[in-house]
Design a protein around this ligand. Sequence first.
Ligand code: RB5
Length: 170
Amino acid sequence: MRIAVGSDHAGFDLKADLARHLAEAGHEVFDFGTDSAAVSVDYPIYGIAVARAVAEGRAERGVCVCGTGIGISISANKVRGVRAALVHDATGADLARRHGDANVICLGGRTTATAEAIDVVDTFVSTAFEGGRHARRVAEISEYESSDGVFEANGGRDATPSGPTVERSS
Ligand code: RB5
């Protein structure tokens, strides 16, 4: 499988371990950087580069790492066609694939140990999307993404709140 990987400085060490592991497992790994833990860089550059590679078909999956995985997952999810899931264990990776058809997985170099992260990427690359009702939900995300802000999935209406659930006293 062609896999794009990228990280900021805080994710560099874990990204390097994961890239090595994936290459040793026989995958074709494209490393978008960064190249060092010593130089502070901005995670959106790397998250968006990985996401664009996946969205454009240059890679089949992406792996992103920053300190927490949060900033780089937010960044990757701005790229149309990308479903980036921030996960902390193999269960999350399994469900991200089976239910969410995630095409990018995001990890925190400061929050997830290497052994756990290796389980995450192994699960991520080997687990199929289940389809069925999950396909309808993923399609709703894609439809909204390409709609310029019109949400047709709920009969053209947003889900609406019934009102404040707790009345303020003043
Ligand atoms: C960098 O210090 C850190 O903010 C970044 O790696 C990430 O954790 C942001 O979400």
